[in-house]
Design a protein around this ligand. Structure first.
Ligand code: ZN
Length: 200
């Protein structure tokens, strides 16, 4: 894992995107705080932490203070009081992200967009790497972009899942600002070169 962190440090990638899975909100578990803190110690770029967990409110303080999240993203589907959750994230000095699963329409975000620094659109069902991109995501990006323009907001649009050299141009063209690349980079023969190509 240290090798991968160093590779990202030396690459043209802008951020570290770290998926936290609880085995409840998604059918898989990822890393806990001890490993996360070890990553944070070596990472030399901003941390974009994506919480795929059922009760994010319980952990916001720890992810902000112990893991030094720059952006902390929670799932719309996991937050009954999303406005309050975002206020809590801000109170710890992190930027706010709201993620939507593929089945959740962007229209549900209309009233929370002013509190949101970034919207993460899941372009696969969360839980596992290496899945196929869901094409409907392109329409969701366009709709979200129109909503942001109508409200005169500069909220970032992040796309997560099945993103790589085959679709990054189409995503950027319709309005995506942040692309999360897992398998397409780490599974590539030359990850650094793949990041170079994606950054173009
Ligand atoms: Zn993610």
């Amino acid at each position: 894992m240290l090798k991968d962190i160093q590779m990202i440090n030396e690459s043209k990638a802008d951020w570290f995107h770290i998926d936290i899975m609880d085995g409840h909100f998604v059918p898989n578990m990822s890393i806990g705080f001890p490993i996360l803190k070890a990553i944070v110690a070596y990472a030399q770029k901003p941390l974009d932490i994506h919480l795929m967990i059922t009760n994010p409110d319980f952990y916001i303080e720890r992810f902000c203070k112990e893991a030094h999240a720059d952006t902390l993203t929670v799932h719309y589907e996991a937050c009954t009081h999303l406005h309050r959750t975002l206020q809590t994230i801000k109170s710890f000095g992190a930027k706010t992200g709201v993620a939507l699963n593929p089945h959740t329409p962007v229209s549900v975000l209309e009233d929370i967009l002013p509190e949101t620094d970034m919207v993460l659109l899941m372009s696969v069902n969360p839980g596992f790497g290496g899945q196929k991109f869901i094409p409907q995501t392109l329409k969701k990006i366009q709709k979200l972009k129109a909503m942001l323009t109508a409200q005169n907001l500069s909220t970032l649009i992040e796309v997560d899942g099945g993103v790589g050299l085959q679709n990054y141009q189409a995503l950027v063209e319709v309005g995506a600002n942040v692309l999360v690349c897992g398998n397409s980079v780490f599974g590539a023969e030359n990850p650094l070169k793949t990041i170079d190509l994606l950054k173009k």
